[in-house]
Design a protein around this ligand. Structure first.
Ligand code: NI
Length: 148
């Protein structure tokens, strides 16, 4: 868990220093039709943080196994209108949400990391797995789509 927290803190510092110098034009370039803009990918990472913050908190006190609620990613990016939102605002939101996530996960007692969650198709995973998966999802988008 310590490693995950360190990696999240690393991104919290690195993301704004790398993205702030990029122009709005660069971030608003459409890579391919039907693909998200870099700004929208950052927005999608905010939506992922919102959904996961909710899960990381509820799984700790709700009846077990906690049933994972999914969300429609394209609908969220569209409804939030990240495309027309200033980058600064998206980055600010992303930083605030991830600081909350670091606060929450650094306070989870060890035994609760093993709490079970049903993630769909009757597949069960632990809270620890969910947190690891949250970071892997973020790493994937940042490394493959934003900082290229
Ligand atoms: Ni994604």
């Amino acid at each position: 868990m310590q490693q995950i927290i360190e990696q999240l803190n690393h991104w919290i510092v690195k993301v704004p220093t790398e993205l702030n110098p990029m122009s709005e034009a660069e971030l608003s370039l459409k890579p391919q039709p039907h693909k998200w803009l870099k700004k929208e990918i950052m927005g999608h990472l905010c939506d992922s943080a919102i959904a996961n913050l909710d899960r990381f908190i509820k799984i700790q006190y709700e009846k077990q196994p906690f049933v994972f609620s999914s969300y429609n990613q394209d609908q969220w990016v569209e409804r939030q209108n990240y495309q027309d939102t200033p980058l600064e605002e998206i980055i600010g939101l992303w930083i605030s949400l991830n600081k909350r996530i670091v606060t929450v996960i650094s306070r989870i007692p060890n035994e609760k990391l093993l709490y079970q969650c049903e993630i769909g198709n009757q597949e069960m995973q632990t809270l620890e797995w969910l947190i690891q998966d949250y970071l892997e999802h973020m790493d994937h988008h940042l490394k493959d789509q934003v900082f290229i």
